[in-house]
Design a protein around this ligand. Structure first.
Ligand SMILES: [Zn+2]
Length: 304
C-alpha cells in the first residue's frame, strides 16, 4: 500500500484510454485448422449462452478459399466436436464441395448469400433465442437499451418471409425456413439501408449497414468480420432483448401512486456509434471467458 503522501493528486480531468476497435485481422492469413477449431468452440459458446439450442447455426468464410464457407453438418451445435463434423460449401450456390458430404442444414442459404453479397462478412450466426422471439412476433421494435448493445443501432430491420412466398408456387412448403437462394437474397437485402437496384452490378456495400436483422415469426441473423464479433453480437442481442422486455414489464407493473424516476429511453444514434466502437474494442475480454467456460464443461468436446 502506498503511503498517503505517495498518492497522486486528484485530477478531475483524468481519463482512461478510449477503447477503439483493434485492427481487423487479415481473415485470409489465418490457419484453416485454427479457424475450424475456433468455429467448433463458437458452436459451444452459443449453446452455453442460450443463443442456440438444438437449432440455430454459425458459419465462417473459408480463410484460404474466399469462395467457400464452413459450417457444421446436421448436428445440434453443442454436439459439434471434430473438424469431421464440418462441411465445406460453395458460396455461389451453397452446394457441398465434396459429393460425399454428410447431410447439412437446410437453412445454409442464410449463410451462403451473406458471404456472396458482403465481402467483408466472415462469420454469420442464425438464432431462435427465446428472449429475442417476442420482438420477432409482437411488432414491438427491438431497441438498444444498454451500452453493450450499441451495435444494434436505432433501427433493427425485420424480414418477413411471408412477403417472399409466391402465390404462383402452390407446392412451396411455407415452413418459414430460408431453404432457397431466393429467400436467402431477400433476407440478406434487409442488411442494407437502400433497396436493391438490379441495374447496378455492385449495389451492395462490402459491409452491411445493419448488424442484426429480425426474422418475423422465426428469430434473427447477425454477422461479423470475425468469429468473436459475430458471437458478441449474437449474445448481446439476446441480453439486450431481455433487458428491454423486463424494463417494459416493470414499467407496466408500477404499483398505484409510484411514479417511474425516468422514462424508458433508448441509446441515441451518437451513443450507438460510441458504444459500438467500445464494444468492438473490448470483446476480446469476454471471448476469453466464454472459451474458458466451454473448455471447462464436460458437455463440450473439441478435437479440432
Ligand atoms: Zn431458423
Amino acid at each position: 500500500m502506498p503511503e498517503h503522501g505517495d498518492m497522486p493528486e486528484w485530477n478531475p480531468s483524468a481519463r482512461a484510454e478510449t477503447p477503439t476497435p483493434p485492427q481487423p485481422i487479415e481473415w485470409n492469413s489465418q490457419d484453416v485448422d485454427e479457424v475450424k477449431r475456433k468455429l467448433i468452440t463458437a458452436n459451444h459458446i452459443l449453446h452455453h449462452h442460450g443463443v442456440v439450442d438444438g437449432y440455430g447455426h454459425i458459419s465462417v468464410r473459408h480463410p484460404s478459399h474466399p469462395d467457400k464457407y464452413l459450417m457444421s453438418g446436421y448436428l445440434a451445435p453443442a454436439l459439434v466436436s471434430s473438424p469431421d463434423d464440418l462441411i465445406e460449401y460453395w458460396i455461389n450456390d451453397s452446394s457441398p464441395v465434396s459429393p460425399h458430404a454428410k447431410k447439412g442444414y437446410s437453412e445454409r442459404f442464410i449463410h451462403g448469400i451473406m458471404y456472396a453479397m458482403y465481402p467483408k462478412v466472415n462469420c454469420v450466426i442464425h438464432s431462435h433465442a427465446e428472449a429475442v422471439l417476442p420482438y420477432a412476433t409482437s411488432g414491438v421494435p427491438l431497441m438498444p437499451v444498454i451500452h453493450m448493445a450499441g451495435f444494434l443501432g436505432n433501427n433493427v430491420p425485420v424480414f418477413d418471409i411471408g412477403d417472399s412466398y409466391s402465390s404462383s408456387c402452390p407446392d412451396e412448403q411455407q415452413d418459414l425456413l430460408v431453404r432457397t437462394a431466393k429467400l436467402g437474397i431477400h433476407l440478406a437485402e434487409k442488411f442494407v439501408k437502400t433497396p436493391r437496384d438490379p441495374s447496378f452490378e455492385s449495389h451492395f456495400p462490402p459491409d452491411p449497414d445493419y448488424s442484426v436483422v429480425l426474422m418475423r415469426r422465426h428469430g434473427y441473423t447477425t454477422h461479423g468480420r470475425d468469429i468473436e464479433t459475430a458471437v458478441y453480437r449474437a449474445i448481446y442481442t439476446k441480453i439486450n432483448a431481455t433487458a428491454q422486455t423486463n424494463s417494459m414489464i416493470l414499467r407496466g407493473a408500477l404499483p398505484p401512486g409510484v411514479k417511474a424516476k425516468f422514462e424508458l429511453e433508448f441509446l441515441t444514434d451518437e451513443m450507438c456509434r460510441g458504444c459500438s466502437r467500445m464494444n468492438e474494442g473490448t470483446h476480446d475480454k469476454p471471448w476469453k471467458l466464454w472459451v474458458a467456460e466451454v473448455e471447462n464443461s464436460s458437455l463440450y468436446t473439441n478435437r479440432g
